[in-house]
Write a protein that binds this ligand. Sequence first.
Ligand code: 4AD
Length: 477
Amino acid sequence: MTKYNVAELLESDKFLQEVTVKGWVRTFRANRFIALNDGSTINNIQCVVDFENTDESILKRITTGAALAVTGTLAESLGKGQKVEIQVTKIEILGDSNPDEYPIQPKKHSFEFLRENAHLRIRTNTFSAVMRVRSALSFAVHKYFTENGFYNFHAPIITGSDAEGAGEMFTVTTIDPNNPPKDEHGNVDTSKDFFGKTTNLTVSGQLEAETYAMALGKVYTFGPTFRAENSNTTRHLAEFWMIEPEVAFNNLDDNMDLAEDFIKYVISYVLENCNDDLVFLDQRLLQEEKTKPANQRSEMSLLEKLHFVVDNNFKRVSYTEAIDILRNSKPNKKKKFQFVIQEWGADLQSEHERYLVEKHFKCPVILFDYPANIKAFYMRLNEDGKTVRAMDVLFPGIGEIVGGSQREERLDVLKQKVEELGIDEKELWWYMDTRKFGTAVHSGFGLGFERLVLFTTGMGNIRDVIPYPRTPQNAEF
Ligand code: 4AD
């Protein structure tokens, strides 16, 4: 007797052999047909029970969600939609599932309901497909960088610096809030805290990655990042995973090339390796789109969108050009935008980004050369003295998926910027050192992994593409 998983059996032509497979019951019809799934594929294997020769007590326990070991003969299936089935000779109930209590019944559940049961939602077709695609994307990320000469660098998760200067950080402390140590002025004495100073969860591994790029040349981090911003949207999480490559001697054009090549590679990888899951997700989206008014439906199916991204060049547009397009756009003139664009210098909102991508260019867009005062301190100042070498990659349905830049490598310019923004240079002494010793042009970007998964799976809410979402007022599980 040989053990197989469902994916192997469905591809197998070892007919008439005895096989054993373990999995969970999805459905049990007519006291005869078990649809068994073990997570190896979205597809179930049909197990045909000889109910006349099976104990009534066993039949009763074959309920949705129960764990079984099924032994039988692999046979060509006469049923529609499957090549093989198992003619069962033995069933072992490994774990019962009380049908009166099990929340995941074989019917359509709302995503809200499933979020409340995030520990069980992975047992549905949609979530198992999403999470298999997520896993494949994660593998493709490491594969791409490894094949292209990058080193994987593990940025620290607890940090003493605020990389983005945004201040939206979670503090890490062991101080008892009810009995904190105080200094002579009566303030909380953070020098008595675990690390002897205030520390936070990182918002980005970039600053540390820059120091490594200055020796290893090409590095990337892929780890969890944390933002305490109170954004209750379908695109924001308080804990998300970010992929951040950093490359010595790359300028902004090289950086844009890298981002485009990388995104196309990982999506191609999934198209080649996750066909069954993508076909399922494509159909799911199609059904969802049908519930929308005709003028709000997407023009492309999920698979068409993925192929479109892989097969077409991203449009590269300067911020200044984008502002001209937006200022002259219908929704701006008719004041349909919530934030009407008045003049150069305005920060672009998601509605503007989506207008550019979905209505104007109708393809992924890379915006570059943003006004210095709406971007982070580390971005390289252009000759015009008012724009920086920043780039954002904007995607249909998502908005910003990548944020990056060429970094300011000139010590004097960086020092001046830090001073202007009132950042304590002493806090960044180690970062400044990279500009003192062998400074060089370098660039990098951050790609929000969940936004990539959102796009690739066609899901509508970022909370449904991470196993256990952390959002304001929500850290269950
Ligand atoms: O544009 P951001 O803030 O860039 C940085 O953090 C840079 N330090 C990256 C770098 O140059 N190494 O964030 C990068 C990306 C965004 O484009 C978005 O995809 C994602 O991270 N992101 C979020 N994803 C989910 N939830 C949030 N709250 C996110 N904030 C940013």
